[in-house]
Design a protein around this ligand. Structure first.
Ligand SMILES: CC(C)(COP(=O)(O)OP(=O)(O)OC[C@H]1O[C@@H](n2cnc3c(N)ncnc32)[C@H](O)[C@@H]1OP(=O)(O)O)[C@@H](O)C(=O)NCCC(=O)NCCS
Length: 215
């Protein structure tokens, strides 16, 4: 059974991504205040020994003020953050990363093990820089972006809000991906990708438009 601490960080979301977030929190020296999820069938189950205590609103019953949203899907993570305007969002950086000291990383963003963040990088809020991703110098990564594992961004790339880059995506230096677009695993971005599309392949090409979500 996990330790419940007044100072702990609430983990919102109890799916597969939550275990990775809990592991990263612990490695970074935080304690886990509890795990919360809307799915009632998960209540009472455990993730890495931490019980799923109830719906996200219940975190207040445990005196928790700091939280991180452990949901990999960008739209769902966005919606969850809007539900809690008063919470303090915890930024978490795994100790086994290289993050240049002048890189700026926003609230609620998590940087996973073995990632590398180069100088003069700006990363927004509630982003996920997943396992062994590389973010090159002068890149901008806006809010609610998910950069999947082993993705490599060359220098001066720009990733707009809500983009999902699948596993192993490569971005040629200076390229840009528009808001809420998805780039499939293994894609190579050699020229700018517009907003709200699925792009796949090497070189990445637009496959289809994505339905606009009510944000
Ligand atoms: C792109 C992706 C999200 C699928 O999206 P989708 O909307 O369900 O798309 P579909 O599966 O219907 O595929 C659409 C087309 O793109 C192709 N496609 C899908 N993913 C592709 C990829 N990674 N590379 C090349 N082509 C791909 C499909 O073959 C299909 O082609 P077709 O229309 O010629 O048959 C998924 O394939 C993917 O790459 N996910 C990344 C997962 C990941 O990295 N997760 C990390 C978790 S940390």
């Amino acid at each position: 059974m996990g330790l419940m601490s007044m100072e702990g960080v609430a983990v919102i979301g109890a799916g597969g991504h939550a275990g990775v977030v809990i592991d990263t929190l612990l490695e970074a020296g935080f304690s886990v205040g509890g795990v919360f999820d809307d799915d009632m069938t998960r209540h009472g189950t455990e993730i890495l020994g931490y019980e799923v205590l109830g719906p996200p609103e219940a975190l207040r019953d445990y005196g928790l003020r700091k939280a991180i949203v452990a949901i990999g899907d960008n739209h769902t993570r966005y919606a969850m953050v809007q539900r809690f305007p008063d919470l303090e969002w915890q930024t978490v950086i795994h100790p086994d990363t290289h993050v240049h000291p002048n890189a700026q990383i926003g609230a609620g963003t998590i940087v996973m093990v073995r990632s590398v963040i180069r100088p003069n990088v700006l990363i927004g809020a509630h982003a996920i820089i997943n396992t062994a991703a590389v973010v090159g110098h002068e890149c901008v990564v806006e809010d609610f972006v998910h950069v999947a594992g082993s993705t490599h961004l060359g220098g001066e790339c720009y990733i707009e809000t809500g983009v999902f880059l699948g596993l192993g995506v490569v971005m040629v230096p200076g390229t840009r991906v528009g808001a809420w677009s998805i780039v499939g695993a293994g894609g190579a971005i050699t020229k700018n990708v517009p907003s709200q599309v699925l792009a796949v392949g090497v070189p990445a090409q637009v496959k289809k438009s994505l339905p606009r979500r009510p944000l």
